[in-house]
Design a protein around this ligand. Sequence first.
Ligand code: C2E
Ligand code: MG
Ligand code: MG
Length: 401
Amino acid sequence: ALCFIDLDNFKKINDSFGHSYGDEILKQFSDRIGEVIRVCDTLSRIGGDEFILLVENIEEMNEIDPIITKIQTIFNEPFLVKEQKFFLSASIGISLYPEHGLESETLIKNADAAMYKAKDAGKNTYAFYTLDMTIASYERIGMENALREAISAKQFLVYYQPQIDFKTNTVCGLEALVRWNHPLEEILSPSRFIELAEETRLILEIGAFVLEQACFDLLSLRKEGLFEGTVSVNISGVQIEYSDFLKTLEHTIEISGVDPSLLEMEVTESFIMNDPERWIALLKQMQALGVSIAIDDFGTGHSSLSYLRKLPIDKLKVDMSFVKDIPQREDACAIVNSIIDLAHNMKIATLAEGIETKEQERYLQEHGCEQGQGYLYAKPMNVKDLKVWMMNRHKESCKNP
Ligand code: C2E
Ligand code: MG
Ligand code: MG
């Protein structure tokens, strides 16, 4: 059996505490694992936090279970580096010879695929290789190639979803939402490709395109006198972490000539709260350019209240998972009320996402939420449909002022 062992969240330790901590943990890990494996087994480190354990003379799949259990026990005690305790776990993928491959390369590749399955299953666990993992990885490669081609073939579109100001009942903003006009399929929503785009960093190009397109579309709507509000653009953590996003933003503002106060950047709560200290300065620099910052999917991302206070934020977007359950469910109402209160105390606005019913709208309005977005008003639309929608809405409001 070939066990591909990958430490969970190891990168975080390196990033937050420095490589000397990471190195020390790797040493302690190999010492500990050396004590639980048999003399005839072989342990090797193949890079970073990835280890391979070769377990010999395994006749049946279930013979490996006790060995894995033993490996997992080494994580029961924290790892100690310079008085700092670290609780770790590992994800393990297993391939068996000869069922899952005859050559070392295949066995390693398949154990690696199984390791990803274990990570997906919530880390700290193990998984055996199965054939569908190879199919999945072929599909992934196919999808990745298609995504690359989509960028050069300019297959991405930007849709817009209106945001309503409750006090004035006007459209105060538009959220830019990317779509993939796939040549062989219907128009694909981000849930089908954003994750892969992030993993492959293709999101850097896609995200820059969406930002630029949103600026130009905003200018066109303004020129036609259809809209005076803001446009919000979703920014992936990958763009912030792996590109000079500030430069991209500055460049886009410059070439489009858009007034930066009409731009809002949406960053997710989970990304920011992962390492808030690291992003405070950048968010402040973004605000200094004149754009505003909204925290997206708020309520789902373990906010630290002390950081929330320090972060430069203009708006909280209440996640639709809570909006969905108001006013029926007490717990959802309690969370929504608390988010609105929190925002008010911080002197920032709230926008509720995913409003589908009048009842939800009424509840939110009564509880002091300032803005809303959802199918109740409109689904995301392309610019052409949006213009028609805007004109109709304008006509309606002239009829019933
Ligand atoms: P999000 O930023 O939270 O966007 C809101 C999502 O909720 C959109 O899905 C929107 O179509 C959907 N939605 C709006 N109102 C309703 C409603 O009343 N009911 C229901 N059930 N859904 C509603 P969409 O367009 O599929 O986007 C999904 C996510 O993909 C977005 O969530 C955002 O996180 C991400 N995304 C979209 N465009 C971009 C982009 O250009 N860049 C990046 N990095 N992420 C993007
Ligand atoms: Mg958003
Ligand atoms: Mg959201």
